[in-house]
Design a protein around this ligand. Structure first.
Ligand code: ADP
Ligand code: MG
Length: 139
């Protein structure tokens, strides 16, 4: 069993696909253990994406991620990390497989609807960035 962090990004919330994303997670045996809507400050978005601080898109990405509310979730399931990334699709929606969340809803390489952790190590760090132990409900 693995846990992973999911975010419906500001574009996903604005476009009204929170429910569609959650529906796909649940249909694929990814259980939601925690969920909340937050609006990150620029500094909070910079902290979250600190690994990307040297990338040319860092400023734009953190502006985007702090531009509106997001829905953050802790998911759990067998191989949850790679399986959720498969449901999301490639970072660039143009390269994402048919039927993936990004292929179906993203409009831009940056505005790509969802985030998912990329390893067990980053999942633990990312979950801890948004949730404390009392907010995560084993089931
Ligand atoms: P992923 O979200 O698929 O793990 P990365 O960790 O590489 O992708 O990048 C984090 C986020 O930064 C992406 O989801 C996307 O919003 C944005 N991003 C990545 N690459 C680019 C790029 N070349 N131009 C603009 N934004 C990008
Ligand atoms: Mg990533």
């Amino acid at each position: 069993m693995q846990r992973t962090l999911s975010i419906v990004k500001p574009d996903g919330v604005a476009r009204g696909v929170i429910g569609e994303v959650v529906k796909r997670l649940e249909a694929n045996d990814l259980k939601v253990l925690a969920m909340k809507m937050i609006h990150m400050t620029k500094a909070q978005a910079e902290g979250f994406y600190a690994v990307h601080r040297e990338r040319p898109f860092f400023h734009s990405l953190t502006d985007f991620m702090s531009s509106g509310p997001v829905v953050v979730m802790v998911l759990e399931g067998e191989n949850a990390i790679p399986r959720y990334r498969e449901l999301m699709g490639a970072t660039d929606f143009k390269a994402a497989a048919e039927g993936t969340i990004r292929r179906d809803f993203a409009t831009d390489i940056e505005k790509n609807i969802v985030h998912g952790s990329d390893s067990a190590e980053t999942a633990a760090i990312e979950i801890g960035y948004f949730f404390n132990a009392f907010e995560i409900n084993p089931r």
